[in-house]
Design a binder for this molecule. Structure first.
Ligand SMILES: NC(=O)c1ccc[n+]([C@@H]2O[C@H](COP(=O)([O-])OP(=O)(O)OC[C@H]3O[C@@H](n4cnc5c(N)ncnc54)[C@H](O)[C@@H]3O)[C@@H](O)[C@H]2O)c1
Length: 327
């Protein structure tokens, strides 16, 4: 028997706090060496501007095994009224290999991507950070701001999206959800200046703000770009910052934010100070001074999905949520 969990089921109980706890432990296990995570195969579907990624992982130290299939189709919202990111997760019993759960992977993708930024913010942002700037007002951006608010006691946030209605809707929804003022701004500069933490969660292909606007002491989570020729962050800000990644190999294979400055000769691969798991495990420092600019660059790892899906499965079982199916 397997448990079938829909997006609505998962949305009814999964909190960003639960997701952050699962993801933090997954990255600790990655640093401890209990993870088996092959590099994800990516299939591009150029006729429809889409990519499909196949993301398996075993996290030995958490007894978690599974795989996500996720698609990223930026034309979906406009053309088909569907989300850009759609996904499905299979969870296996590590003892028998049996599939024990089949669940929606769309909401979990947003929550686990928010969660890793929340954990990075906990370790890298200044402890007195209280104003957030958000780029993008889509599905990922919402979970990014929830996670920033979980990591630091925010008093205010601003959001910039190229689509005015999107940023206005985001601001109204997130103000109500978080109970703090979230203001839409029509100039990207206003989502950088005066902000202590910044989240970039857009579908942009080229840098979305000028790195020279960023004040000392700022922490940035860059999660949007996912291909060697795509970036949200410009060379200036990458050069100035202490850069932590989720996985070096993934960053050097997929993160245009780093690959393009390397190709330009502005930095070398050694500019990457380390991986988030190494910071969590205490092997390398996070922030080293109040004035340092820190960047966490996320490509997204299967351990995030598998750890959060395992938590979702446990919570659903405890609450008797979902539908048992026989395959
Ligand atoms: N790192 C990860 O683990 C991870 C996980 C999921 C998605 N992603 C990536 O995140 C990106 C966003 O995904 P989503 O599901 O939120 O998509 P979405 O379509 O819901 O939202 C993207 C938003 O970005 C806005 N945008 C585009 N260019 C912009 C710019 N220059 N400045 C400000 N806003 C801009 C769009 O108007 C849109 O509202 C995608 O590129 C996706 O591949 C990364």
């Amino acid at each position: 028997m397997a448990l079938l969990l829909t997006r609505t089921d998962i949305q009814s109980f999964l909190t960003i706090k639960d997701a952050m706890e699962a993801v933090e432990e997954a990255f600790r296990q990655l640093a401890l060496g209990t993870v088996d995570m092959p590099q994800r195969p990516v299939i591009r579907v150029p006729d429809h501007h889409g990519v499909v990624l196949f993301m398996p992982a075993l996290i030995g130290g958490m007894g978690a095994l599974g795989m996500k299939v996720v698609s990223v189709y930026p034309d979906n919202p406009k053309k088909y009224d569907k989300p850009t990111v759609l996904g499905l997760i299979l969870l296996n019993d590590p003892a028998t290999g049996e599939v024990v759960a089949i669940m929606d992977g769309g909401f979990i993708t947003a929550m686990r991507t928010g969660a890793v930024s929340g954990v990075a913010t906990k370790y890298l942002a200044r402890s007195d950070a209280q104003v957030a700037g958000v780029f993008g007002a889509g599905v990922q951006a919402r979970a990014q701001l929830l996670a920033l608010a979980e990591a630091r006691p925010l008093v205010r946030a601003v959001v910039y999206d190229v689509v005015p209605e999107a940023r206005q809707r985001f601001a109204a929804d997130l103000s109500a959800q978080l109970g703090i003022p979230v203001e839409p701004v029509d100039d990207p500069r206003a989502a950088v200046e005066g902000c202590d933490v910044i989240a970039t969660a857009t579908s942009a292909r080229d840098p979305i703000f000028d790195g020279n606007w960023v004040a000392p002491g700022t922490h940035i989570n860059g999660i949007g770009s996912h291909a060697p020729d795509m970036r949200e962050l410009d060379t200036a800000i990458i050069q100035k910052a202490r850069v932590i990644v989720d996985l070096r190999a993934a960053a050097l294979a997929e993160a245009g934010d780093l690959i393009i400055p390397i190709q330009e000769g502005a930095i070398t691969a050694d500019h990457i100070a380390g991986e988030l798991g190494e910071v969590i495990a205490g092997r390398i420092p996070g922030r080293t001074s109040p004035d340092e600019i820190t960047i966490f660059k996320s490509e997204g790892l299967a351990i995030q999905d598998v750890s959060v899906a395992t938590k979702v499965y446990q919570l659903a079982r405890a609450r008797s949520i979902g539908q048992e199916i026989s395959i």
